[in-house]
Structures are given as structure tokens and as C-alpha cells.
Design a protein around this ligand. Structure first.
Ligand code: FAD
Length: 387
């Protein structure tokens, strides 16, 4: 059996356990492999790429193929095209196979603790211990739905965008899409072909040009540059703007307001509650039979039993290094270093940095002091300064 699909527990003790085998886990896996590290990638899905495969049927990436490749293997085909979610999933599977990455699928990690100076990782009755753990479980993990969703009449079909696949899932009658980020806009446009559709929410701006091949050639290089190098924690403007941008809805990229209006989608303002089992937007009761919640996600680290969190519940980290727990790292979090950190180009860049950092840490810990120990006040870490 190909190692990538082997779900048996390894008999050896890996030095590093990577939790999550999506693009972030595979990207850091590439670097660990190149350095000949002993590691394993654990992923709960049955097949590599399933996190993408399970998204809605018609989903296409916004990022052109030329920016969708992981280190060492460009995305195949026309660089100005926009891959489908299944093409991306198949690419990830091929990537893992070609690089012989040790991915164990069907393993859902349910605990990470510190034990005798190492990490103890559990998945049901299976156990691993490791010196390092890299968390790559994804920013789009736990679907968020407002509390008042519970008050909607049981006759209304409710789905989160995480569970939406296609219009056939819906009941006949009007549909309300709640949330006007990119998922909400794309799903609303698709549903407008089969159902009277309204959308609730205020977008965080719009791409000023039409999304497509010309934008992929002329505009995306600038968008990518600004996303990676300007709106990052490495620049004063990035440090000022990132906290604000991270809490705002993302700008609409492909389906903007004019495309929604042209498709007959009605904008209804903000949904604020429920009256007699029906949603209320801007004081108006909406007689709909379907509600699609495009209200976002949060990461889920409920199984992480180490003091890695700040007072707001976010992982306390700098460029993926969890500062309060030596040996713990994270990749793919929303705006974790740049505004692009949870997307393909950002993850690839963050993974390369993290790999360099870990290599430098190892080098320092493996190098015996050549002279008398350096006084603490003048000691510095090469790794910490590669930022
Ligand atoms: P994931 O792909 O979510 O992978 C994490 C993996 O970890 C999953 O397989 C998951 O099942 C597994 N896992 C989680 N918890 C555990 C556990 N406890 N134990 C074991 N395994 C676990 N980015 C772009 O660059 N371009 C785009 O066009 C684009 N479009 C997007 C469209 C949508 C609808 C969404 C939601 C996101 C999009 N993104 C896009 C953002 C980003 O690229 C994706 O979310 C991508 O899947 C993130 O990769 P990841 O590896 O960080 O996380």
C-alpha cells in the first residue's frame, strides 16, 4: 500500500507530528522531508484533499492557478485559469504522493498535552509522542451561526455554507442567504437561478475590476504583493491595519453587488432576529422557506490542552511560533502574519519561514558551545531574528 494512504500507526516515534493534512500541512511537510526529518502528518479525512472536495459543487478558486502551487510543484495547466475545488483537491493528493509525504488519513486528533517534556498526541485509543507539534487544522473549521437560528420555524430548511452543495438540497420557495462575504455572494448568485433569492449583509468592499483572466494577469500580481508584503505584521502599515481588516468582511472578488443585482438577488440589510419563526431584516419579516448561513467559521482547538491561548482565545504566536509553548507551531490561521496567511500564497510563504525557523532552532540546540557560555544579557537566537 502506498505510504500516503496507509492509516496504520507508525511503530517509530516521530520527532514532529503535523496535525492536519490540507495545503498547510503538506507545505510544511515538504520542507521537513527535504531536511530529512522524522515526521508524520495526521489527518481526519479519508482522502487527501477532502477538505476541498467537501465544499460546494460549483466552487472555483479565486486565486489563479499560477498562485495555487505548493513548494516544488507548480499547479498544472493554464496559469491564468481558476481551478475547481476538485482540481485543487486532486493536486494536493498528487503532491503528497509525488513527494512521498507520510500522511496518515482517517486519524482525528482529540488531545495534545505536555508529558515529560514531550507532546503526547491522542486520536481515540492511538498515541504518539513528539518533540514538536505543528497545527495545520485550518481556519475554516467550526461553522458559526447566530444563536437566534434556533428560533426559526422547523419548516424552514437551514444550512451553513459548510454543508451547502447545490440548489437541489433546498425546498421550493424563497431563500435567504445570510452573510455577504464571498461565499454568500457566490451561493446567492447560484441559487438565484432556481429560487427567489435575497441576501443579507454588508460586504467589506469589492475588487475594483472584473474577476477573470485579465485580472489574473494584470491585477492579481499587485493584489498578491500587497497581501503578502504590505499588509503583513512585518510593516508598520500592516501592523496598524491587520487587526481591523481581520475582523471585517473580505472584499467581494468574483460576484460583486452589480452581478448580484443583475441576477435578480434582492439585498435586505442585516438580519437581526426572528419573529414568529421567520427571519427579520431591518425590521421586515421575511417569508422564506430556506436560510443559508454564510456567516463564517472559527478555528477549533478545543482538543489542545496546553497554555497556547491569549485572553481572547486566539493562539498566541509570532509567524507560526507559539511563544508560550516551546516546540508548538501553527500555520494557516486567519491573518496570522499577513492578510493572506490562510490562503494558498500566504500559507506557502509562512510555511517556508517556519521551516527555516525550526531548522535554525535545531541547529542551535545541536551545536555544543565552542567557548565559555555567553552571558544571558548578550545571548540571542538566530531563529528569532530571521523574521
Ligand atoms: P484545511 O484545508 O481546512 O485542512 C485542514 C485539514 O486538517 C483538514 O483535512 C481537516 O479535516 C484536518 N483536521 C482538522 N482538525 C483535525 C484534527 N483534530 N485531527 C486530524 N485532522 C484534522 N484560498 C485561496 O488561496 N484561494 C481561494 O480561491 C480560496 N477559496 C476558498 C473558498 C472557500 C469556500 C473557503 C472556505 C476557503 C477558501 N480559501 C481559498 C482559503 C484556504 O485556501 C482554504 O480554506 C484551505 O482549505 C486552507 O487550507 P489549510 O490546510 O489551512 O486547512
Amino acid at each position: 500500500m502506498n505510504e500516503t494512504h496507509d492509516t496504520r500507526e507508525p511503530t517509530r516515534v516521530p520527532d514532529t507530528v503535523v496535525i492536519g493534512g490540507g495545503q498547510a500541512g503538506l507545505a510544511i511537510g515538504f520542507h521537513l522531508k527535504r531536511e530529512d526529518r522524522d515526521f508524520v502528518i495526521l489527518d481526519e479525512q479519508q482522502r487527501i484533499g477532502d477538505a476541498w472536495r467537501k465544499r460546494w459543487d460549483s466552487l472555483r478558486l479565486f486565486t489563479p492557478a499560477r498562485y495555487d502551487g505548493l513548494p516544488g510543484m507548480r499547479f498544472p495547466g493554464d496559469g491564468l485559469s481558476f481551478p475547481t475545488k476538485d482540481e485543487l483537491a486532486d493536486y494536493l493528493e498528487e503532491y503528497a504522493n509525488r513527494n512521498a509525504l507520510p500522511v496518515r488519513t482517517g486519524v482525528r486528533v482529540d488531545g495534545v498535552r505536555r508529558e515529560d517534556g514531550r507532546f503526547a498526541i491522542s486520536a481515540g485509543d492511538r498515541r504518539w509522542t513528539a518533540e514538536r507539534v505543528i497545527l495545520t487544522t485550518g481556519a475554516f473549521r467550526d461553522p458559526r451561526v447566530p444563536d437566534f437560528a434556533r428560533e426559526l420555524a422547523t419548516s424552514i430548511l437551514q444550512l451553513h455554507s459548510a454543508d451547502y452543495r447545490n440548489p437541489l438540497q433546498l425546498q421550493p420557495g424563497p431563500v435567504l442567504v445570510v452573510g455577504l462575504g464571498n461565499s454568500g455572494a457566490e451561493i446567492a448568485r447560484e441559487l438565484s437561478r432556481t429560487h427567489p433569492t435575497s441576501v443579507s449583509g454588508i460586504p467589506g468592499g469589492e475588487l475594483p475590476v472584473r474577476h477573470g483572466r485579465a485580472a489574473a494577469r494584470l491585477v492579481f500580481p499587485a493584489v498578491r504583493f500587497i497581501g503578502l508584503h504590505v499588509l503583513s505584521r512585518g510593516t508598520p502599515i500592516g501592523r496598524r491595519m491587520l487587526p481591523k481588516l481581520a475582523t471585517r468582511a473580505a472584499p467581494l472578488i468574483r460576484t460583486r453587488r452589480r452581478e448580484l443585482a443583475a441576477a435578480g438577488v434582492v439585498s435586505v440589510g442585516r438580519v437581526t432576529g426572528v419573529s414568529d419563526g421567520l427571519p427579520v431584516a431591518d425590521g421586515r419579516v421575511l417569508a422564506v422557506t430556506n436560510v443559508i448561513w454564510c456567516t463564517g467559521f472559527r478555528p477549533d482547538f478545543s482538543w489542545l490542552q496546553v497554555p497556547a491561548f491569549d485572553e481572547t482565545g486566539r493562539i498566541r504566536q509570532w509567524r507560526g511560533v507559539v511563544t508560550s509553548v516551546p516546540g508548538l507551531y501553527v500555520l494557516g490561521l486567519d491573518a496570522m502574519y499577513s492578510i493572506n496567511s490562510e490562503s494558498l500564497p500566504g500559507t506557502v510563504r509562512d510555511a517556508a519561514y517556519l521551516a527555516r525557523h525550526i531548522a535554525a532552532e535545531r541547529h542551535l540546540s545541536a551545536t555544543p558551545p565552542r567557548t565559555a557560555p555567553v552571558p544571558a544579557s548578550s545571548r540571542h537566537s538566530t531563529a528569532a531574528h530571521t523574521a
